[in-house]
Design a binder for this molecule. Structure first.
Ligand SMILES: *Cc1c(COP(=O)(O)O)cnc(C)c1O
Length: 410
């Protein structure tokens, strides 16, 4: 038996195949337990977790302070809806706005919901200026989630085409292409939006120049600058927010109007957030938007705990992030089919000149969880508590694979 459900892995697989929507290409690994940077399957096999539930388990598994807050709050008050206040939404909003320099926060349950909220603000803001100011400018290869609004601003045809027609007036431009951005933005643009590091799009970092251009164009055309930090935000890159890594100490800081957050915020509990300047947040007056579950007591209490721990471990993310960069760079020097290390801090991509998909099961076999995105980019999103020795073990396992030559077509 693999767990308290009383089913073994084969039975779980059969039940899933028969009864679940077949919308995931799931690996046949049944994870039953986690501790720190490790997770364990039903056979007791140990894996070093270099994907952390797609960037969610920022403090790893079974973090004592998360467990304590969770158990205490579960026995006190889990949920009371947004008809009433509870003690944790206000303090969480205060903390996130202080850290980001924005004015107000809204809480929801996922990244896609945060994006939907941001899009409603953008549309509402534009329409308050002019009925035809409804345009959104987004990036090719972006990823914004799976709801219809989020898919409408996702620059990847495979996610869009089956569901067209989508929200109109969205233009996609190349990341880091200043002239393309300039040509796309006009007085009809309500918002310019992008991920400071494209996650699903292959760990592509947006340059300071591009971000500055977007901020300038947004100001010039009275559009909102919307940054999607759902994957790259909240400490993953060594700063609370990736947009803070653009500050060079000389030019004026780049200030977004809206920032979307989710993945690591709840340390595994579903919670998303939108942070906004007053002029953006004030677009939504009472009754215009809301969520039944959003920002409930349990989720907010844990998010506050996660942020408290984050205050302590942020310097460590920068150090281990630098070590990660150094060790992955050695692979670029050593193998001619490994072309580039991407990303920042503990959000890392290793780009190959060959398809990377087959590396994922081969590494799972060796006891490492990670994934592959954009076809050729090995993606690593370890917990923030990852140790340099864990990184060394990962690199050693990759070397064992790469010594046999470029990965085979999956
Ligand atoms: C994961 C992700 C989303 C969507 O979040 P969900 O919680 O899956 O809805 C949106 N934007 C980015 C950048 C993401 O990485």
């Amino acid at each position: 038996m693999s767990d308290k459900s009383g089913h073994d892995a084969a039975q779980i697989g059969a039940l899933e195949e028969r009864h679940l929507f077949q919308n995931y290409g799931r690996r046949k690994i049944v994870l039953v337990r986690g501790q720190g940077c490790y997770v364990y399957d039903d056979q007791g096999k140990q894996y070093l977790d270099f994907i952390s539930g797609i960037g969610v388990n920022a403090l790893g598994h079974g973090h004592a302070r998360v467990i304590e807050a969770l158990c205490d709050q579960a026995g006190t008050l889990i949920h009371c809806s947004n008809l009433y206040a509870h003690p944790y939404q206000g303090p969480l909003a205060e903390k996130l706005t202080r850290l980001s320099g924005l004015d107000r926060a809204y809480f929801c349950n996922s990244g896609a919901e945060a994006i939907e909220t941001a899009l409603k603000i953008a549309k509402g803001y534009g329409r308050s200026k002019s009925p035809d100011k409804t345009g959104i400018v987004a990036l090719d290869n972006s990823f914004a989630g799976r709801t219809l609004g989020a898919v409408s601003v996702t620059g990847q045809p495979k996610y869009r085409q089956p569901f067209e027609p989508l929200i109109p007036d969205v233009k996609f431009v190349d990341a880091n292409h200043l002239a393309g951005l300039e040509a796309a933005v006009s007085d009809k643009t309500a918002a310019i939006m992008f991920e400071p590091i494209l996650g699903e799009g292959g760990i592509m970092r947006i340059t300071r120049e591009f971000a500055q251009k977007a901020a300038d164009l947004a100001q010039q055309h009275d559009a909102l600058l919307l940054l999607d930090e759902i994957q790259c935000g909240l400490g993953r890159t060594g700063e609370y927010f990736t947009f803070q890594t653009w500050n060079d100490g000389e030019s004026a800081a780049i200030r977004p109007d809206i920032v979307t957050l989710a993945k690591p915020l709840g340390g595994g509990m579903p919670i998303g957030a939108v942070l906004a300047s007053d002029r953006a947040a004030n677009v939504l007056s009472p009754g215009m938007h809301g969520s039944t579950f959003g920002g409930n007591a349990l989720a907010c209490r844990i998010a506050l705990e996660v942020l408290d721990v984050l205050d302590e471990i942020l310097p460590r993310v920068r150090e281990t992030g630098a070590h990660f960069q150094k060790r992955l760079s050695e692979l670029v020097d050593k193998y001619d089919f490994v072309s580039e290390v991407r990303g920042c801090g503990l959000m890392r991509g290793l780009n190959l000149t060959a398809p990377g998909k087959s590396v994922v099961p081969a590494m799972a076999e060796k006891g490492f969880l990670m994934n592959c995105t954009a076809g050729t980019v090995l993606r690593f999103l370890p917990p923030y508590i990852v140790e340099p020795e864990h990184i060394d073990q990962l690199v050693e396992a990759l070397e064992q694979l790469f010594d046999a030559g470029p990965p085979a077509e999956a």
